[in-house]
Design a protein around this ligand. Structure first.
Ligand SMILES: Cc1ncc(C[n+]2csc(CCOP(=O)(O)OP(=O)(O)O)c2C)c(N)n1
Ligand code: SF4
Length: 276
């Protein structure tokens, strides 16, 4: 199918600024789903609030637009109720790591089969460019006019430490790589996290004088390198891209269903008043 067959054209034009990276992430997600041959009815997209979290409005799957920072909690409910469905959670770095940080680490620890796509634009886009847990030290936001004095998380290390069984990073410049990684993440049985470096030219780019959207994407090309590559070994300052973790671990909804099955009592075994 064509990309347009997966979107709700009645809600266009979308709210993203010209040059925003989030649309590139949405089309890459669609291409990954199309490549996997999944039916629209098999997919649930659950998001919180933010420019990135606006995605479910535009996607023609089962969708939920919920509360800022709480997308993973809603997604957990969906997956536990319908473990047969693929649940994808698009998030901003603020949504995932500030207000939603607690949900993120616990979802990783449980290894519930969800795919979290964290669009890291290093800022709160929707509310006007406040600094986020991904704004690097010294960089500017509207609430850090003289430079941020907090240090940023390393998303991949954080979720790996918390137990995520699939962890990857890519950028909006590397679209083919992003499609492949998203397809693998969606297929993975367990909690998968894909960080996508996604430009916000309107706030982060402008505040930090990074130039146009194209210039910001060129920086993703120049300042990143594949994991373990020669380029990366020669320059440890570069941000690594690729799959950091891909391992099999018991998946939470499966373990839960097995437990229920093991402890199910028959009609004959049930005590008076007990529901079998
Ligand atoms: C409980 C609550 N707190 C704060 C807000 C305001 N708010 C909406 S989106 C947002 C941050 C958006 O940033 P991010 O998640 O990084 O996504 P982006 O817009 O950059 O894609 C905030 C603080 C809210 N909607 N709800
Ligand atoms: S404010 Fe930034 S993140 Fe939001 S739509 Fe505009 S460019 Fe994208």
């Amino acid at each position: 199918m064509a990309v347009k067959d997966y979107v709700r054209q009645r809600f266009f034009p979308h709210l993203w600024c010209p040059g925003c990276g989030h649309g590139i992430v949405m089309s890459s997600m669609i291409r990954a789903i199309d490549r996997l041959g999944l039916e629209k009815n098999e997919i649930v997209v659950v998001a919180g609030i933010g420019c990135s979290s606006r995605m479910p409005g535009y996607l023609d799957f089962h969708t939920m637009h919920t509360l800022h920072g709480r997308a993973l909690a809603f997604a957990t409910g969906v997956k536990m109720g319908r473990p047969d469905l693929k649940v994808i959670v698009p998030m901003g770095d603020g949504d995932a790591l500030a207000i939603g940080g607690n949900h993120l680490i616990h979802a990783a620890r449980r290894n519930l089969d969800l795919t979290a796509i964290i669009m890291d634009n290093r800022i709160y886009g929707m509310t006007g460019g406040q600094f986020s847990p991904m704004t690097p030290f010294g960089e500017k936001g509207t609430t850090a006019p003289f430079g941020n004095i907090d240090h940023a998380f390393d998303i991949a290390k954080l979720v790996k430490g918390a137990g995520a069984s699939f962890v990857a990073r890519t950028t909006t410049y590397h679209v083919q790589e992003m499609i492949k990684i998203l397809a693998k993440a969606i297929q993975h049985k367990g909690f998968s996290v894909v960080e996508v470096m996604s430009q916000c030219p309107t706030y982060y780019g402008r505040k930090n004088r990074l130039g146009s959207a194209i210039e910001m994407m060129s920086q993703y090309r120049d300042l990143t390198a594949p994991i373990g590559s020669k380029k990366s070994r020669e320059n440890p300052e570069l941000v690594e891209r690729g799959i950091f973790v891909e391992e099999e671990r018991p998946e939470y909804s499966r373990t839960y269903l097995d437990l229920v099955e093991q402890h199910r009592i028959s009609k004959e075994e049930a005590a008076p008043g007990e529901t079998p």
